[in-house]
Design a protein around this ligand. Structure first.
Ligand SMILES: [Zn+2]
Length: 178
């Protein structure tokens, strides 16, 4: 929803479309940006995509006009964090003999991603984390880090089990009510 009296002038010659060609000559550009009120796709909270922000996106960053802003600032930041974590995880995962600092990072990233709901809390996921922690245990200089990570793992596993029990209870109650 457009917010009145917020228009700022756009520079069509700096805008582009996904197609790659500039449509400036054909008049197919945005002349003004307005503050617009949106609902975040992820958290469903309202946010404003500010006119100044749009100018920055479409004229400075070179983001094509078709790309719309669908997430609030907080969710966009979270999204970027997840993307970075995923990329880093893949880099580390490709190393055949990870050293202690890499093992620590692998475990830490895995735990973060389980917490963010990016990784399924599957027994295999937990098994892999435990395997890395075991390897790490051979390096006694990393004992403090290892214990910290082990505690975080135990905490997450406990909360997963609790959620699972709750689900089983709910299912059981549904069966009984039949
Ligand atoms: Zn949001």
């Amino acid at each position: 929803m457009r917010i009145p009296d917020t228009a700022i002038e756009a520079n069509g010659s700096r805008q582009k479309w996904v197609a790659g060609t500039s449509s400036y000559g054909f008049g197919l550009y945005v002349r003004y940006y307005f503050d617009v009120k949106r609902e975040c796709r992820d958290c469903k909270r309202p946010f404003i995509f500010f006119a100044e922000e749009q100018k920055y996106w479409y004229e400075r960053l070179g983001i094509p006009l078709e790309i719309d802003c669908v997430r609030c600032f907080g969710c966009r930041r979270k999204q970027r964090k997840i993307e970075r974590a995923r990329k880093r995880y893949n880099e580390l995962f490709a190393i055949s003999e990870p050293a202690s600092p890499e093992l620590i990072e692998l475990v830490s990233l895995s735990l973060d991603m389980i917490k963010d709901g990016e990784f399924a809390a599957h027994p295999r996921t937990f098994g892999r984390i435990r395997m890395w922690l075991n390897r790490l245990s051979k390096d006694t200089s990393q004992e403090v880090e290892r214990i910290e990570l082990r505690n975080r793992l135990a905490e997450i596993e406990a909360s997963q089990q609790k959620a699972m029990r709750r689900l089983m209870n709910e299912l059981g109650q549904e069966e009984n009510s039949d």
